[in-house]
Ligand binder design. Sequence first.
Ligand code: ADP
Ligand code: MG
Length: 393
Amino acid sequence: MKLDVEVLRYLSKDDFRVLTAVEMGMRNHEIVPAELIDRIASLKHGGTYKVLKNLLKHKLVHHDSSKYDGFRLTYLGYDFLAIKTLVNRGVISSVGRKLGTGKESDIYEVASEDGTVLAMKLHRLGRVSFRAVKSKRDYLRHRSSFNWLYLSRLAALKEFAFMKALEEHGFPVPNAVDCNRHCVIMSLVQGYPLVQVKELQNPETIFETVLGVIVRLAEHGLIHCDFNEFNIMIDDDEKVTVIDFPQMVSVSHRNAQMYFDRDVECIFKFFQKRFNLSFQVSTDDNEGSDADTDETGWPSFSSISKSSGFLDKELAASGFSRKDQEDIEKFIEEDIDDTDSDREESEDKQFVESTEANVKGLSSLHLEEQEEQTSNSDEDGVEVKQRSCEAGQ
Ligand code: ADP
Ligand code: MG
């Protein structure tokens, strides 16, 4: 299944109207009854069913008639809605090659109207942890509206808000450009994930920089929670950029110490193994008794968190609300005990397959003008799966 953005050009206003109607219906229905789609879309000249057939042909919706005649968006359908909105806003004008496939995202090269190449991250919550998402439905039973669209949208919103705030506070993160639905547009990092780097000119310097970021984050009231060699990018000049923020938590989180220690440990272990760095562990009682440092001489979490905490509060006041954060953290907490490494594949294969994307070349997207319809879901409850540092080892 390809993310064939060419198809976008051939989709009419009605196609998008009906696709948006399916999206709206999914606020309250996992499978949206065909009649409801027809009612929401209220096409001037009718023909919703014909349009749905066309959307089905392009795998933008999935047909389900097990309980009633209904449809739901596929990831591809959701991708198209987000891409079209961003094109209409003038943020991007073409989609290029795939840069990476994360566990719960796909990253593409995109270009803006002036030719600047950017990165587009499409969140795919539930792709790997679909089982986990399903198990959370108990928790969300009171809301029939829970679905992967909402989870992915919330993850993107969080990532965008955090990236922007971190950038404003001078952290080495990509420039957060825009966000719509499950899609985040950011600057392209000209580098490689640290996991792919076999040699460094200055491993000690990089190590200190990277660990310094963890400490500075905590001083600002935040913990990355997935700080590892997959989420640290290094360019040819050995400049560090940190990516991937949907799982960040505040230092006031009750498991903060554990998350912080895990991030630090990941970095120590990786640099030890990959670059043979050795760390002097202080055994001197006098030196080691300094409560502000741990046995390796790095500031301890307790000393940092004492003096920290404003960015987490600032973020709570931004587009990503305290309620959103609380919801996400609830799920992170539950997932931390979910150590089952052999994560089940999605039970709904087609659901996953529809997301398999393969973009050929750069294709410009000159789309018909269409009024922007945003999907402001008001559902409660989300899940962001915790990615532990062990994940890639
Ligand atoms: P996930 O949350 O799925 O792990 P990431 O944000 O870590 O997604 O991105 C997955 C991969 O995509 C990264 O390892 C990296 O190779 C690539 N990538 C992500 N963001 C960028 C970017 N801004 N510029 C260049 N490559 C990126
Ligand atoms: Mg990642």
